[in-house]
Design a binder for this molecule. Sequence first.
Ligand code: M6R
Length: 597
Amino acid sequence: MCGIFGFEGKFNAEPILVEGLRRLEYRGYDSWGVAYKKEGESNLTLKKETGRIIADVNTSEAATSENYMGIAHTRWATHGGVTGLNAHPHLSADGTFAIAQNGIAENYQDLKHDLITKGHQFVSETDTEVILRQIEENLKTGSDDLFSAFIQTFKQLKGRNTVILFDSKNEQIFAIRNGSPLVVGKQGENIFIGSDYLSFANHTNTILELNNLQGVKLHKGQLEKFSVAGPELEILPLEFIEVEVTEQDIDKGIYSDYMLKEITEQPQTVINATLSTEADLMPLVTAIKASQTVYVVGCGTAGFAAGQISFYLRKLAGVKAIELKGYELDSYRDLFTKEDLLIAISQSGETTDTIEAVEFMKSKGGKVASVVNMLGSTLTRISDLPFFSRTGPEICVASTKAFTAQISWGFMLAEALQGNYAQAKAEMQKTSEAIAMQLEDQELLKNIQEVVNYCAGKEHAYVLGRGQNFYIALEGALKVKEITYKHFEGFAAGELKHGVIALVEQGTPIIAIISKDEVEADMLSAVAEVRARGGKIIAVASEPNELFDYYLPVKDLASTSAITNVVPFQLISYHLGKKLGNNVDRPRNLAKSVTVK
Ligand code: M6R
């Protein structure tokens, strides 16, 4: 939620800042802004706009011998509508400094009332402006300088807030992290500050990570890292590390959209996700065997992956595994014990709802494992047993390759618990090959196009799954919803006769996922029941049946069928989204990394 970027060095600031924002747009794209200046100039330049960044950025000629500095922000609105006034950065009354924020200052109303009584005037509806005015107030009433006022204000904030400030008068930038991530990059004299390292990965792979309550101060090329965790400011060593990201990882390459690129990468990414060796998995296998209950936690698509992983743990390995949505932690608080284990599933590793569940389990003394795609993310760092999905950056807001990677990892874990690691590895190889064939399968692609044409004229569609395909139905429907804005809803096929069948009308699209498993007959009965009531049957299945109006062929893979069954939904989502003229990489109202509650 919201992307923050900062820069000081020998590049023209505007293209560098805008380019950084472009790479952070997945975090929010309601509006954006930049505040910057050239060293020695008296005034800063402030630009703010609503909507997505449309300016072309060309940084190839941005290098200069002069020094520039500035900050930038791309917004996912929380407090205050999508307007130019609410866009960040927000400028101080005297025009000498600007701030941008990622998070929510939960006590902003109390602070604002107090500031109004002290005569401060507000031009926006944001909690960010409250932070700005509080800094002004602290500067006026006691703080020695802007940096002290910044720290003093930060400590007054409730909630999780990451804030960056550009002091144009003294030509310095301060940033401090709490909750939403912040990373620093260094390339010679150029220093970058971003919500993730991909935002500056085209300039450098040398990064400095910040934990919560840590910050940086940047002044004329000098970088200082500090902590505000204790009563006194503590200066910390600058420990840079190298990360492995290539430009190819973050480039669309031959594809028109990241979504299609990422769907197409899955034959490789499901294999990468299972690169953990048996020895790598063994500490987790041992911890699961020693635990009382295993909670598998995630939200959104990662929440459905958590459901699928808990299904594999129960069904294949007999483990008492419970799926838990991070945001539903509350009713589970009294159940968590130190004998339990929590497995957190997250692409970004920064989802606040998931992190809260992890922190709570840790406070109870239980162990935490995680499966995360972003190296160095918060979840990775607070987990006892961190694992990586290894899909490479997933840039499209809708998750595709991260989901198949997460559930592939879960399948391997469940099999490793049974001592079937080697056999599972071979099954994953076949799964990868099956996805590769699907992506080339002309009959499947032609039928998907027909389904897309049919669904384009419909407002509602229902997806039915059972057993291994239940969570695939939920995820399949979410994928189509996110990209097409059509109401696709996933259901347990077993729910049909308990109420859902009331929704079926003449021509209602019903997408049924049918594998050759122990619930196949039940699925076919459900299909017959909706067909008898006029439903148009679209089947994701490994063999045709006269009950089907549209047939989307998939390979029967026994225990791993679910992994390949989600791919047709990704393709329906992509092609229907394109047909409707939607931006498939940046769907409306969404942000990829949900770092607010
Ligand atoms: O980064 P995470 O995997 O923790 O994110 C969780 C969800 O916000 C995410 O899966 C979201 O549902 C995506 N839009 C799914 O496409």
